[in-house]
Write a protein that binds this ligand. Structure first.
Ligand code: AMP
Length: 224
């Protein structure tokens, strides 16, 4: 099962991706997570990527495209993958489309989470990351996934960890606007990448406005 998932930053793409990952048991490959892990470990890739990420810009295709195409060639991807955060522009979509065609790999699903830009922005600013598990959703602006208050401190609503942090690039409004500018750009940005696949495969669109649970229910209904 080979799946692409798209959605603006703040649409719950990572959370819904985890639901899809669980359903099919394929590796959930998140470009942003790979970059952040490299930054944490102080690798050369992390050093190269950091300045772009901090500014809300895309890491250059010359770094990102080979990184993802190589990741898809790893042994755990043999029976499929869920790709999240890639492709993010038209050039990446074309590179992926070509690489898949050359390898004789077909896409089973392309999922797009639809969300209004202003709502997405508010959701990003409320997002909190759990140090124990990146897939424990917490957001101070969304009632369904609000962190729990324990002894005056906000803790993860899933595991109770008090190590909840906000990503630096999530608190920077200019950086968020820049990231959304890239996503909603239908000429060369992420929506252009979505349109590239729309011409080739059936794209499943799900409304990301309701709560996390409702969105996953609608999504699971669309997937066989
Ligand atoms: P995310 O966790 O998906 O919000 O990604 C965080 C940051 O990583 C983005 O703002 C970009 O700077 C970088 N990034 C993630 N995916 C890509 C990609 N496909 N191409 C280039 N940069 C990316």
């Amino acid at each position: 099962m080979n799946i692409l998932i798209f959605g603006p930053n703040g649409s719950g793409k990572g959370t819904q991706g985890a639901v899809v990952q669980k359903k099919y048991g394929v590796p959930h490959i998140e470009t942003g997570v790979i970059f952040r892990e490299n930054i944490k470990r102080g690798t050369e890739l992390g050093k190269q990527a950091k300045e772009f990420i901090d500014r809300g810009e895309l890491v250059p295709d010359g770094i990102t495209v080979p990184m993802i195409l190589n990741r898809l060639r790893e042994a755990d991807c043999k029976n499929g993958w869920l790709l999240d955060g890639f492709p993010r522009n038209l050039a990446q979509a074309e590179a992926l489309g070509t690489a898949l065609a050359e390898a004789g790999i077909t896409l089973d699903y392309v999922i797009v989470i639809l969300l209004d830009r202003e709502i997405a922005k508010k959701r990003i600013m409320g997002r909190r990351l759990c140090a124990v598990d990146n897939n424990h959703p917490n957001n101070i602006y969304i009632d369904a996934i609000k962190p729990v208050l324990k002894e005056g401190k906000m803790v993860c609503r899933v595991c109770g960890s008090d190590k909840l942090t906000a990503r630096a690039d999530d608190q920077d409004e200019a950086a968020i606007d820049k990231r959304h500018g890239i996503y909603y750009d239908t000429q060369t940005g992420t929506l252009a990448a979505v349109n590239y696949f729309k011409q080739r495969v059936k794209v499943l669109e799900v409304d990301g406005t309701p709560g996390v649970k409702e969105v996953s229910e609608s999504l699971l209904k669309m997937l066989s």
